[in-house]
Design a protein around this ligand. Structure first.
Ligand code: GDL
Length: 692
């Protein structure tokens, strides 16, 4: 069981204190010395004890790791290390030589030692060697000298560690630093076993969890990796890292890491957003987590009041963080602030003090018929909650963002009731009104944020809040259009939109062209664990398949519409071709099917339809709505396509109803199916095809 020291740091592992804090380990512009010093102050205030210096794009940390620091740099680093010490923060200097080091060359190892000696002379006592994100193929010289890449890294690390006099804190980042990178698995990874068996026991090992950016980190997963590494890992947590996506920022709480992990870990360092100031929440909530204890029921009765609620609640931790953050927003960081008060300027005399009182000589007071000065209310805690919900976590939107998405989805799917005078119309209008108010709250939050006295925080947030404001604005205009209010928005319907009408640049364009795009929309596909089984169809399945077909027909109101060629296949009136029928099962039984005809001519003729020569084969697929994961359906289609291909057919088509958005979306997202022109089709029917 863990015990606690008075600084709020957990101690265990034979009395060694629990490492807690921040790793500056992202790609992109490193933080400034001033920001880092600011960080140390916060860490001390919040009870965190460590800072790992590892900025990927700092020349002398990685790309030019051999180069010594210049006199000027030395002075800055010395001051930084002293500042960390002053705030009781352990400064760990990390170096990443893995891009080009020749492990077997003693001169290389000597250069590495010389560099670390230099940093030791700056007053640094804790070190780290990082081998993440590098080529795993060894150069011929190293292949000759070492039996594996792991052996090469371990040999150099042990040597450097001993050279530095076995520092109390020395961290090693493996190349396979998460379960997803281990082949074939964590417990069977030769690489990790070599590291675990051979790295000296005083060296601690960094680990990011199941993935690079881990959604959850379970106690079991840590027990598993610890037994291979022969020590408790230090988590390098990328939960708030945003260096991989320029549109995302993470302002949600530290979450999905049970506090039962604390006694099983050597420590946790968070590698947060590239932008320094928005990391207030990430670091504050991590600090709250580190202070939590799992054994709340067995707490010492003499513990103080503040210890009472020592279980961790991400929601409460977030509120605590946002409450403190609000104060920072409201305090100016500009020695000479704006000439007029940023918040609530009273035109008439009032008892109320303006937020900022240094109104300069140039302050302008408009005359009675002139424009009033632009004013905005001060930022509120509610604004920050909304901001955090809109930029929450990598695998989850915040509660308000989820409601907004749900509402937009509902308004869109029920738009036919928006203007017709039915009972549902009133509901549609009322929900549209509420949606509009939620959008307005985003705009107001934006206005108040952009008026906040602390400009440094604002500038770090600016791109993101502009982006969300504009996204919300488009959704808002769309709902108005659905409700018949105002003209169809030019931004939405225009085929020559402004650049902000199509987002994501070239990278977004590439992504949208890939078959898997959209699979990971957090709203549409909340990650779920469900086990599906795809198996060949057998005659006993006929009734179940027909039942699903009829159920979906009824649900989509298609019973009375002109038939599709595939209907007779789904209804069991004609049999699928050999090896061209699959069913999908989950816990509740059969929940989907995929059927095909290698030659669909006869089936088409049954309903007086002709087929196109290049596309002789037909597929049809149906899954019940409870299957929210698109992958089993994709898998069934790809199995059928490969059977059809091997039969010699050149092309496959499917028929869909224009109104069947779900299926249209499904086939469109597959990427390979494209609409094809077929003469004489009933109006509502669309054919899509793919060449094999
Ligand atoms: C990584 C990198 C890290 C980066 C993060 C998120 C580790 C050990 N290394 O793989 O520098 O910021 O992903 O993109 O996490």
């Amino acid at each position: 069981m863990s015990t606690r020291d008075r600084t709020g740091g957990q101690t265990h592992n034979g009395g060694r204190r629990f490492i807690s804090g921040v790793v500056e380990g992202f790609y992109g512009r490193p933080w400034t010395m001033e920001q880092r010093t600011d960080l140390f102050k916060r860490e001390q205030m919040w009870g965190l004890n460590t800072y790992l210096y590892a900025p990927k794009d700092d020349y002398k940390h990685r790309m030019y790791w051999r180069d010594l620091y210049s006199a000027e740099e030395a002075e800055q680093l010395t001051a930084l290390i002293a500042a960390a010490k002053q705030h009781n923060v352990d400064f760990i200097y990390a170096i990443s030589p893995g891009l080009d080091i020749t492990f077997s060359n003693p001169r290389e190892v000597a250069i590495l030692k010389r560099k670390l000696d230099q940093v030791r002379d700056f007053g640094c006592t804790s070190f780290s060697l990082l081998f993440d994100d590098i080529e795993t193929e060894m150069c011929p010289a190293d292949k000759q000298a070492f039996s594996s890449f792991a052996h090469a890294q371990v040999a150099v690390t042990n040597e450097v560690y001993q050279h530095l006099g076995e520092p109390k804190t020395f961290l090693f980042c493996p190349t396979d630093y998460c379960a997803a990178f281990c082949t074939p698995s964590v417990s069977q990874s030769t690489y990790l076993h070599t590291v675990g068996d051979n790295l000296l026991p005083g060296v601690d090992i960094l680990w990011t969890g199941p993935k690079v950016v881990s959604h959850k980190i379970s106690v079991e997963s840590i027990e598993e990796v610890s037994s291979v590494l022969k020590r408790a890992p230090v988590i390098w947590d990328n939960i708030h890292a945003n260096d991989y996506d320029p549109q995302r920022l993470f302002l949600g709480p530290f979450k999905d890491r049970p506090i039962e992990l604390i006694p099983k870990l050597r420590g946790v360092l968070t590698n947060p957003n590239c932008e320094f100031y928005p990391n207030f929440v990430a670091i504050h909530t991590l600090a709250t987590w580190c202070k939590a204890t799992a054994d709340a029921g067995q707490r010492d009765v003499e513990m103080g009041e503040e210890e009472e609620d020592s279980c961790y609640s991400p929601e409460k931790a977030l509120t605590l963080a946002l409450t403190d953050w609000l104060q920072e927003f409201l305090s100016t960081d500009q020695p000479r602030g704006p000439c007029r008060p940023p918040a609530r300027l009273k035109k008439e005399s009032s008892d109320e003090e303006p937020m900022q009182t240094d109104i300069g000589e140039s302050s302008y007071v408009p005359g009675p018929d002139e424009n009033p000065l632009y004013t905005a209310e001060p930022l509120t805690l509610e604004d920050l909650k909304l901001l955090s919900d809109l930029f929450y976590l990598p695998y989850e939107h915040g509660p308000i963002a989820r409601v907004m998405l749900e509402e937009l989805n509902w308004l869109k799917n029920n738009s036919q009731t928006a203007t017709s005078e039915t009972d549902k119309t009133a509901e549609w209008r009322s929900r549209a009104q509420q949606f509009d108010e939620m959008c307005e709250a985003v705009v107001q939050m934006f206005n108040r944020l952009s008026n906040a006295p602390n400009r440094s925080i604002l500038y770090d947030l600016y791109n993101y809040i502009c982006d969300i404001k504009s996204g919300v604005g488009l959704a808002r205009a769309y709902v108005k259009t659905l409700g018949g209010q105002g003209r169809p928005s030019a931004q939405l319907m225009n085929d020559d939109p402004e650049p902000w009408g199509f987002r994501g640049g070239l990278s977004g364009e590439f992504q949208r062209m890939l078959p898997g795009h959209g699979n990971r929309d957090l709203f549409k596909d909340p990650p779920k664990t469900a086990v599906y089984c795809i198996r060949p169809y057998c005659p006993e399945d006929k009734m179940e398949v027909e039942r699903i077909f009829r159920e979906m027909q009824r649900a989509e109101d298609k019973v009375t519409q002109p038939p599709l060629i595939c209907d007779s296949l789904s209804a069991g009136e004609i049999s699928p071709s050999v090896q061209c029928a699959l069913v999908l099962e989950d816990d509740g039984g059969i929940c989907g099917y995929a059927l095909a005809l290698i030659d669909a001519k006869q089936a088409a003729a049954k309903i007086q339809r002709r087929i196109i020569e290049e596309f002789p084969s037909l597929v049809t697929i149906q899954v019940l709505p409870r299957v929210t994961d698109p992958s089993p359906a994709k898998r069934m289609i790809s199995c059928l396509l490969s059977t059809i291909r091997s039969s010699g057919s050149r092309g496959v088509f499917c028929e869909l109803r224009q109104s069947d958005r779900r299926m249209l979306d499904f086939y469109s997202k597959l990427g390979s199916f494209k609409p094809i022109q077929v003469a004489g089709l009933p109006q509502d029917i669309l054919t899509m095809g793919t060449i094999l």
